[in-house]
Ligand binder design. Structure first.
Ligand code: GAR
Length: 204
């Protein structure tokens, strides 16, 4: 990568990870810049946070496209137009399709609120609680064609405490997410991530 790392962020919801990443970019911990924030949900609060921080933030309505692949092509076009090097999924709840994955192969990251491969999908916190695990956690991984199946970059455990409900557990998971995601993005932007098969090596 020549020059600073250009980042595009996709959100569907509250956008606290997005805001935290944007702060870490502002303070120089992540050597890059956020070129655009895109949401598939019009009322996503992440769009408000993004605009408040002076970032370009757009809602692209999936219903104005006949299918997922034409929606994804529009996203690819917008991201490529801005020279995006790394696509960061931050609470993006739509599955990206194969064309999107191949357009940004090994350049899409996701954060998941559980220890993959346990509890993939959109309700990782609730599923872990319902299962009764004593330990869950956070996973940052590259995105491949599967559902939360790509090579794992960073993982950290979070204990499930007696009396936890989805909100208290998710709050502690969020605290770990705010630390792990910037670390992984920084390592990518510094060219320190190497994918070898299913394993991701983090170079010093
Ligand atoms: C985060 O906890 C993230 O791990 C999760 O959504 C939350 C978004 O919070 N992502 C998934 O469940 C992806 N399947 P935020 O909008 O406040 O950053």
């Amino acid at each position: 990568m020549s020059g600073p790392c250009v980042i595009g962020v996709l959100v569907s919801g509250s956008g606290t990870n997005l805001e935290n990443i944007a702060l870490r970019v502002e303070e120089g911990f992540i050597p890059g810049r956020i070129a655009i924030v895109i949401s598939d949900v019009e009322e996503a609060y992440g769009l408000v946070r993004a605009r408040r921080m002076g970032l370009e933030a757009v809602f692209i309505d999936p219903r104005s496209f006949p299918d997922r692949s034409s929606y994804d092509r529009e996203l690819i076009r917008m991201l490529a137009e801005r020279g995006v090097d790394l696509v960061v999924l931050a609470g993006y709840m739509k599955l990206v399709g194969p064309e999107f994955v191949s357009a940004f192969r090994e350049r899409i990251m996701n954060i998941h609120p559980a220890l993959l491969p346990s509890f993939p999908g959109t309700s990782g916190v609730a599923d872990a609680l319902a299962y009764g695990v004593k330990v869950t956690g956070v996973t940052v991984h590259f995105v491949d064609e599967g559902l939360d199946t790509g090579p794992i970059i960073l993982q950290e455990a979070v204990p499930v405490l007696p009396g936890d409900d989805e909100e208290t557990l998710h709050q502690r998971i969020h605290e770990v997410e705010y630390r792990l995601y910037p670390e992984a993005i920084r390592a990518f932007c510094e060219g320190r991530l190497r994918i070898v098969g299913r394993r991701v090596e983090i170079l010093e």
